[in-house]
Every structure is written in structure tokens, then in C-alpha cells.
Design a protein around this ligand. Sequence first.
Ligand code: ADP
Ligand code: MG
Length: 278
Amino acid sequence: MIQVDNLSYRYPGTTIPALRGVTLHVPPGQFCAIVGPNGAGKSTLCYALAGFIPHFYHGALTGSVRVDGLDVPATPLGELAGVAGLVVQNPFNQITGARFTVREEVAFGLENLGLPRDEILSHVADSLALVGLADYAEHSPFALSGGQQQRLAIASVVAMRPRVLILDEPTSQLDPVGTKEVFAALRSLAASGDATVILVEHKLEWVAAFADRVVALADGAIVVDGPPRDALSDPLMEEIGVGTTRYTRAARLAQAQGLVPPDRSLPVTLDQAVEFFR
Ligand code: ADP
Ligand code: MG
């Protein structure tokens, strides 16, 4: 579904590349989390997948980016809209300001796609329900809390039913309950085969519990890529400043003190920790 090969990119007027030789293949229906310290290139990779690079941000791009068979740099943004949907890092930037209600806000992109009215209404209702905003359909987008605006930004993109859903730190304003709801919603979208999900996220414990795969970026390059348990317990995660889950930390400590056999593979979730310490 996503085929990025040897992608390198420099923003205009900069000398240091924001992405360096990134190769990432993501099959349909996978829920792939991207982690990495600030400045690692996570948002830049999202822009490249959604076509914001090179259509908004010019600069120097080499390598290839294909999404659902489309050559992204060669495809007009209008054509990419139904294919790759991006929820940007700051939800306030995503709200159009042109609509009076949450329902109208979510319908905005669909109206631009020219969908029939009953289809628009059902897509809007489905996506508001998915993010837990069904009761807020008639509220003003600006009367919402930060977390609710973040849910609204997700709903607006989900409503377009993109085959690839890209979310850049979509839970930064959400409390643990909201975070869990968003992760569960993304999990179900991916599991139902409705979308391939690329999620940039710092909350490692949620990533560990919900994602199929974890990719870590540092200085514009992929340094770790694997199933959550392997990737999140990789010592490189601490070295690049991503850190690790509390379960892995506790397990390492226990192993260092000889409390647990050294050959047991490290846990990254609560369930795995229970098994590990048994
Ligand atoms: P992350 O999302 O992982 O924090 P970014 O993708 O935002 O990282 O940034 C990667 C690198 O690209 C950083 O060095 C950052 O300073 C640089 N960068 C990001 N946006 C721009 C821009 N619009 N112009 C120039 N450099 C940028
Ligand atoms: Mg970012």
C-alpha cells in the first residue's frame, strides 16, 4: 500500500537533509507507528506520504514515494485526497474556520469531493461516532476543548475514507481515556481493512498495545523497524532519546539484579510484563 524507496529530502534553503535514504514498505491494513525524537523527520515523512512534499514544500527530493500505486510527487494533491489523508500535528491548523458546526466542518472536505448529500451525511455521522463526537455535531468547532478539536481533526480526515490514514501526534491534547479511544478507533479501522494507518506518536505504552509495527527515525533515517515488542525493547530506543516503556524498564532492572533469567524476552505491555515476572 505504501512503498517508499530510498527517499531523501531537504527543505528549501537548508543544507542538512530532513530525510535520509528512507525505505519503508507498508502492506494494506497495517497499523504502523512512527516514533523518534524531536527533529527526527517524522512530520516530514508524513508530508512526503500525503504529497504536501513536494506540492507545498518544494526543496530537493530523491528516491520514490508510492501510495496505493500512485507516484505521489507526480500526482496532483486533489487526486491524492481520497488516497492519503493527513491529520496534521496541530489540530487548530486543520479547522477551516469556514463552518458553524462540527457536522458542517466534517462535511467540508466531502462537499469538495462532490459526493451526494446522503452519502456525505452518513460518512459524517460514522466518523463523528468513531471519534466519540456524535453528541457534538451541532456545536461550534471553536467551542470545543483542545482534545475535542483534535478528535474533530481526525473525524474530518476519516470522513474522506482515505485508503491510507496518516496521523501526526493526534493524541497530544487528549487525556488517557481519549488517547485509548483514538487508538482503539484506529485499530478497528486498520483491522477491518478500511485503512492502512501511519501514526506518529510519543505514547509508547499505547503504541505497544495497539500497533502492528514500530518504526523509529533518528536524524532523518530509519534506525529501528519491527514488531512492537522487538522494536520498543531495542536498546537503540534509549540511545536516540525515544525511551522505553515502564514495563521494559522494570524488566531490565529485574534482569540486572538477577531476579529474572537473562534469556527472557523483554515485555513492552502490561500483559507481557505479567508473563515476564511470573
Ligand atoms: P519531527 O516531526 O520528527 O519532530 P520534522 O520532520 O518536523 O521532525 O523536522 C525534521 C527536520 O527538518 C528538523 O531538522 C527541522 O528543523 C527541519 N524542518 C522541518 N520543517 C522545516 C521547514 N519548513 N523548513 C526548513 N526545515 C524544516
Ligand atoms: Mg513533528
